[in-house]
Design a protein around this ligand. Structure first.
Ligand SMILES: [Ca+2]
Length: 305
């Protein structure tokens, strides 16, 4: 599987990159695009480079993506991910720089050069994918598939009571991408919220861990602290690595084809995702069941490498 990753690192984005790197026998990372979301887009690109350095993916190009959403002001999530997006524990910057094209241009160029081959995994707001689809209307046919971490179907949101953060950060982009006809799997809070880890799970990582296990544990300790402080709970969610896991092994979940709409007009529910069986409009694959235990075991194994 040849992957283009669109990401806003971001603590769970970092875990997702480690998951991907631990499965390079089945996944080749072709390129990375950064996007605003957890942090501003240039910071996300710098963090992606630092994370790729850690896993030895030093040849993978990183392009800076959209600096702001299509139709609203920029809003970022340092309150959750730390001032630098990686809990202040990621070490010095990479010696590499981002490539000169934007993430949307990079994606269009790669898709045209490798029609039908590439899988996009989008772990942040969908601004870059929307821009790429506006530049290249054939993008849904040129890509093999797309996985999106986003949405909260039939469950509460995590940034407002109604909206999941990646969708809320750019609802117009999400509406465009989810309705565009991609072969798209949507991994939303309705499944990712079932995969929570606690301090004991995190401390287990460091026992027999490789070079990045301690770093992953540091990130997760920060995450646990935030969840405790903001939500009063002693577990944290691991959204992004789950989207990578189900992309690499679709057998981890059962899917259902549904049309997913994004609320754009009502300020109270803006970014809310609603699924229906509406005929005649492009559907996406939503997850019905998810093998949380296998997924978390594979993540722990990946982080210990
Ligand atoms: Ca993310």
């Amino acid at each position: 599987m040849r992957i283009v990753l669109d990401t806003d690192p971001g603590i769970d984005d970092a875990l997702a990159i480690f998951y991907l790197a631990a499965h390079r026998d089945v996944a080749e990372l072709v390129a990375v695009g950064s996007v605003h979301g957890n942090v501003p887009s240039p910071t996300a690109a710098a963090n992606a480079l630092r994370l790729l350095d850690r896993v030895g993916w030093t040849e993978v190009p990183v392009a800076v993506g959209a600096h702001q959403p299509l139709a609203q002001e920029l809003s970022t999530g340092e309150v959750v991910h730390g001032g630098d997006g990686l809990a202040g524990v990621a070490g010095p910057p990479s010696s590499r720089a981002p490539v000169s094209v934007s993430a949307a241009e990079q994606l269009v160029g790669l898709a045209r050069a490798h029609p039908g081959e590439l899988t996009v995994i989008a772990l942040g707001p969908l601004t870059n994918i929307a821009l790429a689809a506006l530049i290249e209307p054939e993008l849904p046919e040129l890509l093999r598939s797309v996985t999106v971490m986003g949405g909260a179907i039939g469950t509460t949101g995590n940034i407002t009571p109604h909206a999941e953060a990646n969708i809320w950060h750019d609802p117009e982009a999400a509406a465009l991408v989810l309705g565009k006809g991609f072969d798209l799997t949507l991994v939303g809070l309705e499944v990712t919220a079932t995969a929570q880890v606690d301090a004991a799970w995190v401390e287990d990582l460091t026992g027999s861990g490789g070079p990045n296990a301690g770093f992953a544990a540091d990130l997760l300790r920060h995450y646990l602290g935030v969840y405790s402080r903001l939500l009063g709970q002693d577990t944290c969610y691991l959204h992004d690595p789950l989207a990578v896991a189900v992309t690499l092994d679709p057998g981890l979940a059962a899917t259902r084809d549904l049309v997913v709409d994004v609320e754009l007009r009502d300020p109270d529910t803006r970014g809310k995702t609603t699924a229906s069986e509406s005929a005649g409009r492009p559907a996406v694959k939503t997850l019905d069941q998810f093998d949380v235990t296998t997924c978390l075991n594979r993540l722990a194994a990946a982080l210990r490498r």
